[in-house]
Design a protein around this ligand. Structure first.
Ligand code: NI
Length: 190
């Protein structure tokens, strides 16, 4: 078990584009993924991108737990039909395209920006693909929270952090304060 140090916003590794992985089945990649899984389990959260652990490589891991609060909130708010579990997924050299133009906003956080959250627009539906550790292609449609997590993690590979996408920075702040003042359902356009 190895828990890696997570880079925080301001570190240049989070601000630059990561490079493609030549051999997804290399032992070094398998080892990195195993350490990233340990790190994500320790820190909590839905996903982690390699640049967040100081490795400028196009690799992300994520999962959507069945009982995930945010996924459930989405479903309850009628924003998604989905609150089903997405098991831990490793995506190497991933990409996505939106399905349709529809966007939706929800509060996001990031392990590299601890304690902060902001109302972030994302495509509601996407199709994404990448390689697994076995070099096989993984290709899925996703919507709602699942689609959001993938877009957030893939952004990390291009040096984009969620605050860069917030339309109105009034809706960015400390999680503690935002929770107190922006209870779910009270979030309105101002
Ligand atoms: Ni993040």
């Amino acid at each position: 078990m190895a828990i890696l140090k997570i880079a925080r916003m301001g570190h240049p590794v989070l601000a630059s584009a990561a490079g493609p992985i030549g051999d997804p089945s290399a032992a070094s990649i398998k080892r990195l993924v195993s350490h990233m899984i340990d790190t994500l389990n320790d820190a909590g959260g839905a996903g982690l991108a390699a640049p967040q652990v100081h490795e400028p490589l196009r690799l992300v891991i994520f999962h959507v737990p069945a009982e995930d609060e945010a996924a459930k909130r989405y479903k309850d708010a009628g924003l998604s039909k989905e609150n089903g579990e997405i098991p831990l997924t490793v995506l190497i050299n991933p990409g996505f395209e939106p399905i349709g133009e529809e966007m939706e906003e929800a509060f996001e956080g990031c392990l590299s920006i601890p304690g902060m959250t902001g109302l972030t627009p994302r495509f509601k539906r996407i199709r994404y693909r990448g390689l697994g550790l076995d070099g096989q292609i993984i290709e899925r449609n996703a919507e709602g929270f699942h689609a959001r997590v993938v877009q957030h993690e893939l952004d990390h590979l291009d040096g984009t952090l969620f605050p860069f996408r917030i339309a109105d920075l009034k809706h960015f702040g400390f999680m503690e304060e935002m929770k107190r003042h922006h209870a779910a359902g009270e979030i309105k356009e101002e």
